[in-house]
Every structure is written in structure tokens, then in C-alpha cells.
Design a protein around this ligand. Sequence first.
Ligand SMILES: Cc1cc2nc3c(=O)[nH]c(=O)nc-3n(C[C@H](O)[C@H](O)[C@H](O)COP(=O)(O)OP(=O)(O)OC[C@H]3O[C@@H](n4cnc5c(N)ncnc54)[C@H](O)[C@@H]3O)c2cc1C
Ligand code: FES
Length: 276
Amino acid sequence: MYKVVEKRDLAPGIHLLEIEAPMIAQRAKAGQFIMLMIDDKGERIPLTMADWNPKKGTVTIIALEAGKTTMKLGTVKKGDELRSIVGPLGIETHTQDLGTVACVGGGIGIALMYPTVRAMKQAGNKVLSIMGARTKDLLILEKEITEYSDEVHICTDDGSKGHHGFVSDILKKMLDEKRPIDVVYAVGPIIMMKVIADLTRSYGVKTIVSLNPIMVDGTGMCGSCRVNIDGKTKFGCVDGPDFDGHKVDFQLLIARNKRYLAEEKTAVEKFKKEVA
Ligand SMILES: Cc1cc2nc3c(=O)[nH]c(=O)nc-3n(C[C@H](O)[C@H](O)[C@H](O)COP(=O)(O)OP(=O)(O)OC[C@H]3O[C@@H](n4cnc5c(N)ncnc54)[C@H](O)[C@@H]3O)c2cc1C
Ligand code: FES
């Protein structure tokens, strides 16, 4: 069992949980994730490690309520114990000798972007962070990301903070101004990563995206997370989650991530009745 030592709500529907998992905390690297199971009846879901503390023996995850399991995670309290956590999984984000990196995060992708921004900076790269959310109340980790960034740009869809528009607008402006950018790293909704990859392709800027296919075991056994990269089948959990954004078949990923929509809707309705 894995004890929750801290639980905070960062924004409406966005929860931070710090969990005792000493073995995982020792080996965690930026870009890696865990598979978490809340209780015996629950499913396993993948969540990126937003932070970890090897001395304290804890890992921190930040989850957005997207459906039944993440809603249930929102009801977990400090002191509760979780059924299982497996990790660290996935290949760590490459950070060495990149130069100037534009890190772009949207929505809950900001939580995934934070350890990467920190690792990019600690590896000696120049970091330009662009973070976006629907509205200012959903902007998380601004202070933390600012600490490790040379520049931070904020965007909101409703204009409540920073640029009124999308993260891609800011990146396009930078590229049009011929700012030297060696690599773009993007994480967030699939459509955002597709837009960023389409944009940077025309400027010839290398772009890494952190993909979020549906994962079941997270260890390369089930094939649920398969994605098409440059015409070849790869597994998001063991070959990723980072991939060359210019080679990803995003349409296939979007279609595959919708394959359980009916079951997900039923599970949410059932869960709401249970907690009502
Ligand atoms: C490597 C990786 C890292 C992730 N990190 C984070 C994170 O740090 N914070 C966060 O909030 N979310 C993260 N996600 C997404 C998170 O796993 C899903 O939101 C969660 O599984 C949804 O489960 P649910 O029961 O709450 O919602 P559901 O109603 O079951 O699903 C809602 C949507 O979430 C996606 N989803 C559902 N089940 C899975 C699954 N088993 N694996 C992946 N996606 C699924 C589908 O697109 C689905 O339409 C990550 C996904 C991956 C693949
Ligand atoms: S989640 Fe099963 S192979 Fe990747």
C-alpha cells in the first residue's frame, strides 16, 4: 500500500497528491510516469511524476478530473492508502546539449511540462516556457516553472491572463521573429500537440511531443498504447512517451483514444450515483 502524505487542490478539478513510494522516488527521471491503482476494484491509469523527493521517499502526481478514476482520485484524502503504484515507467526526456528549448504546455500538460522544464534548465539549456489554459484559474505551477525558465509566456483562451489566445500563437511569433530555437518540447491535449508539430514542421524546428495513448499495463505487454510513428508501430509506454512530433500519426491517436467513450460515460454516471 502507498500512503498519501499530502493532498491539495491546485485548481477546480486539479489535484496534487504526494505519495510515499521510496523505490520509485530514488529512480525517477523527467518525462517518466507511474501506473496507479486506487483500490482493488479500480483500473490502472498512467500519471506523470510531476515531482519526486528521494530523501523523503515520495513522488508527486497532479491529476485532472477527466473521468471516473481521476474523479475518484479527487476524493482521496491525506493519510489514505493507494492499492498500487508501478514505476518509474517510460523513457526519460532527452535533455542534454540541446541549446535553446521552447517548452510548451497546455491544460494539465503544464503539470507534465514542469519536471521537463526543470531538467532542461538543470542540464544547461536555455528554456523558453509557454504555458496555456482555458482560463487563469486553471493555470497551475506558474511560480515553479518560472523558477527554471529564462522566459515565461502565459496564454488563456478567454484572455483572463496573459495573451488572449493559444500557445501556438506565441510560438509562431517567436519563430517569425527568427528567435533561435533548437528544439520545441510540447505536452498537452493531442490537438494542441498536433497544431504545434504542424507549425514547427514548416519552420524546420525539431519537435518532441509527450503522447498520452490509453495505457493498460504500462509495460509493453498489452498493446493498448500503440501509436504510429513514421509508419511504424511503437508502444507509448516503453518506446515513449516522447516521440518526434513530425512523425506522429495524430489522427490515429485521436481516433484510438476515443474507443471507450461509451464505457467511460457509463462509468462516470455510475460513479456520480455512488457518491451522491
Ligand atoms: C504517459 C501518460 C501520462 C499521463 N499523465 C497525466 C498526468 O500527469 N495528469 C493527468 O491528469 N493525466 C495524465 N494522463 C492522462 C490520464 O491517464 C487520463 O486522464 C486518465 O487515465 C483518465 O482516466 P479516467 O477514468 O479518469 O477517465 P476516463 O473517462 O476513463 O477517460 C477520459 C479520457 O482519458 C483518456 N484515458 C482513459 N483511460 C486512460 C488510460 N488508461 N491511459 C491513458 N489515457 C486514458 C482517454 O482519452 C479518455 O477519453 C497521462 C496519460 C499518459 C498516457
Ligand atoms: S500500455 Fe500495454 S503495451 Fe503499453
